[in-house]
Design a protein around this ligand. Sequence first.
Ligand SMILES: [Ca+2]
Length: 492
Amino acid sequence: MISFHRLFFFFALLYPSFQDILDLDEEDTCYENNKPVFCLPKFENVVEGKKITASSTCGLKNKSRICLKKRNEYLKCDVCDSTDRTKQHPTDFLTDSDTPNKTCWISEALMTPPPHNVSIRIHFGKSFELTYISIVFCQDAPDSVALYKSMDYGQHWTPFQYYSSSCMDFYGVRPNQTITRDNEQEALCSPLKGGVSATYDTPTIAFSTLEHRPNSFNLDNSPVLQDWVTATDIKIIFDRLLQNNALASSYMTMHYAVSDLSIGGRCKCNGHADRCITDEFGRLKCVCKHNTEGRDCERCKPLYQDKPWARATKQNANECVRCNCNGHSNVCRFNKELYEWSGHTSGGICQDCKHNTAGRFCHYCKEKYYRDVTVKISHEQACKACDCHHYGSKGKVCNSANGQCPCKVGVIGRKCNLCATGYQQTRSKIVPCQRKISGRKSDRNRKHRRKKNCWKCLKRSKKANATKFCKRDYGKNCISQSFWPSYFVKDF
Ligand SMILES: [Ca+2]
């Protein structure tokens, strides 16, 4: 039996980040001296505690006779019966301890000539980055085995690795191809005899996901390989037990049998978390740092979009940067053009500015509000309503700097709610303030003349007449003949 620890150290030599992982402990490793740094969840046997299903397990439907072979010699034959604890061979035996007694998952009898297509599927429940897959057999290793991975919980499957004595005939892949930088995401095919498996005394498949791939020591800068090692599910398909069918005396007693399955890897957090936990819905997720979020820390938090999200590397933690919204928004969005424009320093645009603010940084007051310069822009009351007088102001929009509303003639005050000196209030909505009539003698004469012939309407109207002129809003149809200053008349 090959222990997990033995494999761990073996693959640590192949994987550049492993030495770092060995030093992990419970403290937050995503910061050093309050500065963000690249961090990783611990390296683990990913299948422990995971759901494993097999398309075929002996003894579930009926008792069956099992005869395992090693070095072409039959081992002791036995009965498989799921109802008998001493005779059962469930998928649990793939991940249990094989000490002191080796335990095996065993398929149903193969019955017919190949292909047999017996599969084992492991559901991780989250993206993991895998380093190796190890399968230890209870008898001679099968002749043809295919490993597949899925990145979307089993909706699509990608070949991960083939093993066969006849790669081309069985899987359509040339054996032992050379991987270059152009085809790093391609599955290889190799015979099971030799290679890594030959170093163990037990028939074993030991697939290293990065071995022979040129960028394996530059994973940080290789998105292709980052995808290559990522999986949410693994499927192992046993296609053929024996190379030579003629050797099969009877498929009735032939089975696939595996004593141990281990998959080395770590919860995928893109360098932004050092552990994963189960959330309130029972799903695994990263405990994201560096202002990131998502089950894989695969995006920046809503208010931290000033720079584009990036995976953390040993050189740069690529912490997500907070947008400057002056405390008036919790959301911003990243704009690539702005980011390019700024020389890669800032690309965030604040969204849904609150407290009557507006602008990319919520840094000025929205229309109909003005800036209260007595407080900082970050103050909740930094923008006050213009509150322009309905009749005294020409409009509702005031000067954004000082709040001055656009007053009608004769009207003053920030809100345009006062009559200027020399003006008096009227009931008119159009001319709320009119120039006062002087009390001097000459003016009294004018007042007299006004009564007599000052106003004359241009056309007849039931609503408008000279008497009502100063009380209501019927001035449009009337014209001053002599008394009122010309500028006042123009205002109608
Ligand atoms: Ca076992």
